[in-house]
Ligand binder design. Structure first.
Ligand SMILES: O=C(CO)COP(=O)(O)O
Length: 133
């Protein structure tokens, strides 16, 4: 499965710890990330991440484009709910596309835990039945 990993600055440490904790599951999948998040995960976790632009420079939109092409299966996006983001429209657009295409999305660590356990036990295998263009 293709998994997008994204975290706003205040949430990056939490995402790194989360990916570290579930590294044996994540390493079975293909990871994508916005620029800085992807770089930090590669450095701190040691897993390969295909990186896009940094979020404020278009990275969220690039991941949105993958969703629109049915090329993204899961989005884990640790948003910072307490800090205004200059690219809030891009963030909203990405979340909206997850809903448009019914892509499993976790925006905090509690939901991400449920999602990753579901992934591990095969709950998301229906994604493989969806026609890939
Ligand atoms: O801003 C982001 C998501 O909206 C994340 O971007 P970075 O991973 O480049 O910090």
């Amino acid at each position: 499965m293709n998994i997008a990993l994204i975290a706003h600055d205040q949430m990056k440490k939490e995402l790194v710890n989360f990916v570290l904790a579930y590294k044996p599951i994540f390493e079975e999948h293909t990871l994508y990330g916005t620029g800085t998040t992807g770089k930090i995960i590669m450095e701190k976790v040691g897993l390969p991440v295909q990186r896009f632009q940094s979020g404020p420079l278009g990275g969220d939109q690039q991941i949105g484009a993958m969703i629109a092409q049915n090329d993204m299966d899961i989005v884990i996006f640790f948003r910072d709910p307490l800090t205004a983001q200059p690219h809030e429209p891009d963030v909203s657009a990405l979340l909206r596309l997850c809903d448009v295409y019914k892509i499993p999305l976790a925006t905090n660590i509690a939901a991400a835990e449920v999602l990753i356990h579901g992934l591990d036990r095969g709950d998301l295998q229906w994604r493989e039945l969806i026609d890939k263009e």
